[in-house]
Design a protein around this ligand. Sequence first.
Ligand code: NAD
Ligand code: MN
Length: 494
Amino acid sequence: MTATDLIVNVSTAKDYKLSLQTGLFINNEFVAGTKTIDTINPATGEVIASVQAAERNQVDDAVDAAEAAFRNVWSKTSPQERQRLLLKLAELIDRDTEELAQIETLDNGKGISMSRTVDVPGIAASLRYYAGLADSITGKTVDIPGTFSYTRHEAIGVCGAIIPWNFPLMMLGWKLGPCLATGNVIVVKTSEMTPLSALKVAALAKEAGFPPGVINIITGYGAEAGDALARHLKVGKIAFTGSTLTGRHVMKAAAESNLKKVTLELGGKSPNIIFDDADLDKAVKWAHFGIFFNHGQCCCAGSRVYVQEGVYDKFLEKFKALTEQTNVGDPTDEATFQGPQISQVQYDRIMGYIESGKSEGAKVYLGGARHGDKGYFIQPTVFTDVTPKMKIVQEEIFGPVVVVSKFKDVDEVIDLAHDTTYGLAAAVFTENVTRAIDVSNRLEAGTVWVNAYNVLNPQVPFGGYRQSGVGRENGEYALDNYLQVKTVRVNLSL
Ligand code: NAD
Ligand code: MN
C-alpha cells in the first residue's frame, strides 16, 4: 500500500467533502499495518472508513522513531524553535478549522457548532499556551557553604499518551502541548472510536515542520496498541485519559515494566450543589450545560444535582422546561446541541443504567428512552426520587442522564457529595460568598466551580482527587509531569 492508498474520500450528510488519512503516522509518514478498524458515524451507525490497527511491532516502530528523534534532533532544538513549531501548528489548525470540525463531528457525533467553537479552538489554545511556556523552563540554584548546587529541569524523552473518544482533538492538545514544550517527543494512541481528527493534525504537524519522529500518532485497539505503549520499556512517561478501569490497567502495566511515570485523568460522578439563595435561572442553565454538554460524555459531568429543599420544586420545574427544549438530532445541523452517543456499546450501557434506575425505584422525571430510529441517540433523561446507594447515583453513566435530589443543610450535602469513589469536579451555586468559599474548600474534588459548570481553559489545572486520577493536566502544573529534576552539586571547599 502506498501513502495515497491510505486516503479515503467521503462526504458528510451536508455534502462536505473530506479526504481522510487512515495510516499510522510514524516518522512523519503515513504507513499501513496488517489489520484495520472500522470507524463508525454514530449518527447513522454506518462505517466511515477503516483505519490501521497498530500491532505491537508497529508500536515499537513508533517508539524507535521517537527515540531517534529525541536523541538526534529534538533534545538539541532550542526552546524558541519548539515554541515556533507549536505556534505554527496552532495556526494551521486555525486555518483548517472547518475541515477539522467536520471530521470531529462525523467521527464523534458532536454538534458541528461545538466542534467549531469548542474542540478545534481548544486544541489550538493548548498548543499556544504551552508554546508560551516553552522558553520559561528553568531550574534553581541552592547555595550551602562549601557547595554550590543547581537543578536542571530535563525532558524525560519518549512519552506515551493514550486518549479517549469524548474530546479527541482537545485531549490530543492537552498531551501534545506540555509534552513538546518541555522538549519531549511523543507517541499518541487515539481511541478506536475516533481516530480521524488526530490523523489530520498529524498531517498538519508535518506541514508545520516538526522533524520526523517528534510526533507519532497511532490508531489501534486498547488491549494491543494501548497496552504495548503502557508497558514499553523505552517509554519514560505515560499520560492516560479514559475510564478508571483502564487507568488501573495502565498503572499496572507501568509498574510491571519500567516504572514509567504515570498520569491518569479518569472518571467522575460530580456533584452540583444548588442552595436556596442561588440565582435560580443561572443555576438551571449551568446544571443543564453541566450534564448535557457533549451528550453527558464528559469526565467532569455534573451528573448528581443536589438542590436545597426551599427551591427544589421550582428548580425541577425550570430544569424540566429547559431540558425539554434541548436540541437533539443530526450533529451536522448548526442548531444541534445534543448528538448521538459514541457507539452501540455506550448506548446499551446507558440504556442499561436507565433500566437499573427504574428497577431500583427511581422516578423517570423526563426522557428515559431512545431518540429517533437510527444512530445512538438518547433523550435527555432526568431521574428524581433517588436514594444514595442506587447504581445511577454511584456509578459514572457517561451519557445524558442526571439524578436530582433534595437536601436540607450544608453538612448533609457535603456528606452526600462525598458518597462516591470519585473526586474529579463539583459545583456550588449560591449568592453568599462565605458559603461559596466554605463549601468549595470542604469538597474533595480537583475542580470546584462556583456559579458555573464545565468551564475549562489550558491555563487552569485540571485533575482528580481520589479515584478520579493521578496528577494534574493544564496550567504550569502539567509541566512537572514531563520533566525530571537533576541536581548537580559542585564542591567548593569541602
Ligand atoms: P477506555 O478507558 O477503555 O478507553 C480509553 C482509551 O484507553 C482508548 O484509547 C482505549 O483504546 C485505551 N485502552 C483500552 N484498554 C486499554 C488497555 N488495556 N491498555 C491501554 N490502553 C487501553 O474507555 P471506553 O471503553 O472507551 O469507555 C468506557 C467508559 O470509560 C465510559 O463509559 C466512561 O465512563 C469512561 N470514559 C471516561 C473518559 C474521560 O474523559 N475520563 C473518556 C472516555 C471514557
Ligand atoms: Mn467514530
